[in-house]
Design a binder for this molecule. Structure first.
Ligand SMILES: Nc1ncnc2c1ncn2[C@@H]1O[C@H](COP(=O)(O)OP(=O)(O)OP(=O)(O)O)[C@@H](O)[C@H]1O
Length: 225
């Protein structure tokens, strides 16, 4: 589904990823680990064409999409839901309106899908926070709202960058449960995390692969976790 073929990425002259070959198969569940600054966010951004590789290729559904092909890039962005590290809400808009934003960007009137948005907010246990503004939310509520927004367009793939970074352990487990539920619905899930306990908690619940990023390269990990 998403295939890295000897892909590399450099910011200006600074190489961050080198010779990464990796397949994120449909319905797979991956954790991406590695120290701060190693390139986890960079690799995730390549998964939704927020960045394009400076070497090699990243193919989506078997195709290498040209950045100039706006329709194909837009379709890809609908197929990949993203939970950003800092959530990236518009603070003057309500939780409901923030979750409706991807619909608006895709030309779908939110009014047509109000029931879906409300159902999604119930799913993440934010049914009573529909009208709240993002600055009024707790860390865990923000992360759950970000997850709801990531899946409003029914993407095939969910990419989550430190989705449990600012929450306590109970909330981290609730978020993990939601991501596992999405995976059981057939969605591919990729999570960048520093939290090895989260990976341990996932064991037995989902057949997760753990990828370790080091020196610009991806290596399988797992035995030592
Ligand atoms: N826009 C940018 N321009 C230049 N360098 C960047 C840019 N974004 C990231 N970098 C650098 O690329 C490297 C990898 O950053 P990246 O954010 O991908 O790491 P990370 O593993 O996600 O880190 P963290 O765990 O702290 O979020 C870092 O050295 C970072 O400083």
């Amino acid at each position: 589904m998403i295939e890295f073929d000897e892909a590399g990425f450099s910011y200006g002259g600074t190489s961050v990823l080198r010779n990464v070959s990796l397949t994120l198969a449909p319905g797979s569940f991956h954790f991406l680990i590695g120290p701060s600054g190693v390139g986890k966010t960079t690799l995730l951004r390549l998964c939704y064409m927020d960045l394009v590789p400076t070497e090699g290729a990243v193919r989506f559904f078997g195709t290498e999409i040209a950045p100039s092909d706006r329709n194909a890039v837009a379709a890809l962005r609908r197929a990949v839901g993203v939970v950003h590290q800092d959530c990236q809400f518009l603070d003057h808009m309500s939780v409901f309106e923030n979750i409706a934003l991807p619909l608006r960007v895709s030309g779908i009137p939110a009014a047509e899908r109000a029931g879906d948005i409300e159902a999604l907010l119930e799913w993440v246990d934010l049914g009573d926070r529909v009208d709240a503004l993002p600055p009024e939310l707790s860390g865990g509520e923000r992360q759950r709202a970000a997850l709801a927004r990531a899946v409003i367009l029914s993407p095939d793939v969910i990419v989550a960058d430190e989705p449990t970074g600012n929450v306590d352990w109970d909330m981290a487990q609730r978020l993990l449960a939601l991501l596992v539920e999405l995976n059981r619905m057939g969605k591919t899930v990729v999570i960048a995390t520093h939290d090895l306990n989260l990976i341990r908690a996932a064991k037995g619940r989902v057949a997760a692969r753990v990828l370790r990023l080091a020196n610009g390269q991806v290596q399988p990990a797992g035995a030592d976790l």
